[in-house]
Write a protein that binds this ligand. Sequence first.
Ligand code: BES
Ligand code: MN
Ligand code: ZN
Length: 489
Amino acid sequence: MTYITPISFAATDLNTFANTTGRLAVIVSPEGKLGVSARKLNRLTKGAIHRFIQSDNFKNFKPSNIISLAWPSGLIASSLDIVCLPRDHSVAQARNAGAALAKLRGKECILLALDGVRRADEIAFGLAMRDYRFIDHKTDAVLNDGAVTVMCTNPKIVEAAYAPLLAVIEGTFLTRDLVNEPANVLTTNNFANRLEEMSALGLKVEVLDEKELEQLGMRTLLCVGQGSESPSKVVIMKWDGGQKNITPFALVGKGVVFDTGGISLKPAAGMEDMTMDMGGAGVVAGAMRALALRKAKANVVGIVGLVENMPSGNATRPGDVIKSMKGDTVEVINTDAEGRLVLCDLLWYAQERFNPSGIIDLATLTGAIIIGLGHEKAGVFSNNDKLCNAFLKAAATEGEGAWRMPLGQSYDDMLKSRIADMKNIGGRPAGSVTAAQFLQRFVKPETPWIHLDIAGVASVTCETELAPKGATGWGVMALNRLISDFCEN
Ligand code: BES
Ligand code: MN
Ligand code: ZN
């Protein structure tokens, strides 16, 4: 059960403050100028807000800081939260102010008095995004949190502006749920079923089984899942919100529901993290959900490869040579470099079937990208400056870290094989670049393409501005904005 904070928007009513239970929150700018709501609350608390502004502490009152007065006299609220937001704030500052409130709250209701503060929709967005939790496997957890009311000057206008943001929240939460879900629950079958349910939103969802994948010649994808009891699947989600004659934009995702490494088995320590190795497919699913919910005026196709990389008597061996759908042969030196084997067939399939105007693939592809960029930024590889710059701009606007990495012939040379057309690894140096280079061999030169290596950003051990620990949903916001900027104009 996905929990989304219920937020309603109402006109400012100063008379309700004295009788409000739960948390009462109000915005104060670092300049210390009070709006009508803050002035009213200041009167009700006999000057508490004013005394705070006069105090030394106020000098350290920085954007998204909150000063909480517990059980303030003059109110029946459990807390009066004074939230810092400059009058001249950015989208990110507005979101972070809302997120800061979500971090504080227990199960109480929140009444947030914004008066005419700009970007009320983005403040609400930040609050809901940060209020995510994954409690499906906590037997004692109940979802009876109090509602949030945002009081503002134009509630109808703010509510309308919030609607498309709510679609992004729902998409992001789907991604987070999928990435957080353990692999005994999120099997390939379970994943495919969840995606099929999205046909209720108007998406056309198709599931290809092993027999059909075999017929298509997707041998490199199939060779990854052949050691698992769970059948490999490819799921195609189509959103046709644009003009009929325009070819779709394609999103392609790595969906390894668990990555043991296969016969090239990973060490035990940390292997449990490989439950998030379907993160690319998770972002594709979340982005498609957001586009469908906000009825995007664009044609977009999402394609995910769902496989489990397990060792077994019929698993792929190191040294095996496999023929891809494209026809090129791959010598599998290391069965733990499996993501690229899944993606190369998907990339080829996407181009052959849809002739897309562009492709973005997403994958938790390499540990090396974490060494290079940490958990701050995803690695961005592209053959097309225009598309790449549009993506980087969208990611920057949404506050999702992204950094362009190089591609080049000398990196490609590292994939040469003695007996086949290529090897599936290039060695330790530039591991993320050679992985991207492998993928590029399956991208036609005329297809604008971006590869996003999200191994470092899909799931993190520290909380971020807009997400608690665990799955972040990185990329849903940026992809949604890119489609809006690039395809909907
Ligand atoms: N799924 C892993 C990459 C990964 C590592 C994701 C850490 C998230 C966190 C990928 O399939 C993998 O095993 N890559 C190998 C490639 C190597 C064998 C060339 C790696 O990065 O070690
Ligand atoms: Mn692997
Ligand atoms: Zn993997």
